[in-house]
Design a protein around this ligand. Structure first.
Ligand code: PEP
Length: 250
């Protein structure tokens, strides 16, 4: 049985003080509700340490939004997986489409980050997803499979991996994949993983859906057999919406 996982990706939003305020509110509600699902939040780098302190007691996990693939050195502006682990992070989101599209992250770079983060003991949320053009050209399956295969090259153990299927056309657009569209891609990701790592690893792998998840569509998405929770952008910045999504996940 896979434990559903809901993670809020705060992107480049909130100062440290604002992050602590939001995280405190989420921790109080999650701590009181004790949901069955796993819950995480991913603030910006400067806020990680302070947010970590206010959520620790509640069981809410601390996640980062990116990392570098080297431990340290002359990489101005970057933060390593080792530093994130030391800052108290449990998870790191890698290969988000905004990183791929706006910051030129190739699958090779994503793969190096995945390997480094796993080696540092972090759990990885590997994001994959097709653009609108790719969906319209009917190549969604190929694109997503390639991102999974390339992102996981030379990764032997996926027990600390979560995959997030995030169709690029659904991120921050208000356009959500239908539950059938999402389920189809999730099932295909699971079968790719089965081909790479075997039936048991595929059965245990959690695959989140991300892309304009909101309280009104969360339950139907999470009700699909291969959808094991959500990576939530905009709606994770509002306590009530985020909590409603967590409730929908059970
Ligand atoms: C995301 O950025 O991972 C995301 C899914 O964003 P939104 O929920 O705002 O579409």
């Amino acid at each position: 049985m896979r434990r559903t996982i809901i993670v809020g990706n705060w992107k480049m939003n909130n100062t440290i003080a604002e992050s602590v305020e939001l995280a405190t509110a989420i921790a109080e509600k999650v701590g009181a509700a004790k949901p069955e699902c796993e819950v995480g939040i991913a603030p910006t780098f400067p806020a990680l340490h302070e947010v970590g302190k206010v959520i620790e007691w509640s069981g809410v996990k601390l996640a980062a939004q990116n990392c570098h693939y080297e431990d340290d050195g002359a990489f101005t502006g970057e933060v390593s997986a080792r530093m994130l682990a030391a800052a108290g992070c449990s998870y790191v989101i890698l290969g988000h489409s905004e990183r791929r599209q706006l910051f030129g992250e190739t699958s090779d770079i994503v793969n190096r980050k995945v390997k480094k983060a796993l080696a540092e003991g972090l759990r990885v949320i590997l994001c994959v997803g097709e653009t609108l053009d790719e969906r319209e050209r009917g190549v969604t399956g190929e694109i997503v499979t390639a991102q999974v295969v390339e992102g996981l090259a030379e990764v032997a153990d996926i027990s600390n991996l979560v995959i997030a299927y995030e169709p690029v056309w659904a991120i921050g657009t208000g356009r959500t994949a239908t539950k059938e569209q999402a389920q189809e891609v999730h099932a295909s990701i699971r079968s790719t993983i089965e081909g790479l790592y075997g039936e048991q690893a595929a059965r245990h792998l959690r695959i989140q859906y991300g892309g304009s998840v909101k309280p009104s569509n969360a339950a139907e998405l999470f009700g699909m057999p291969d959808i094991d929770g959500g990576l939530i952008g905009g709606a994770s910045l509002k306590v009530e919406d985020f909590m409603a999504i967590i409730e929908a996940a059970g």
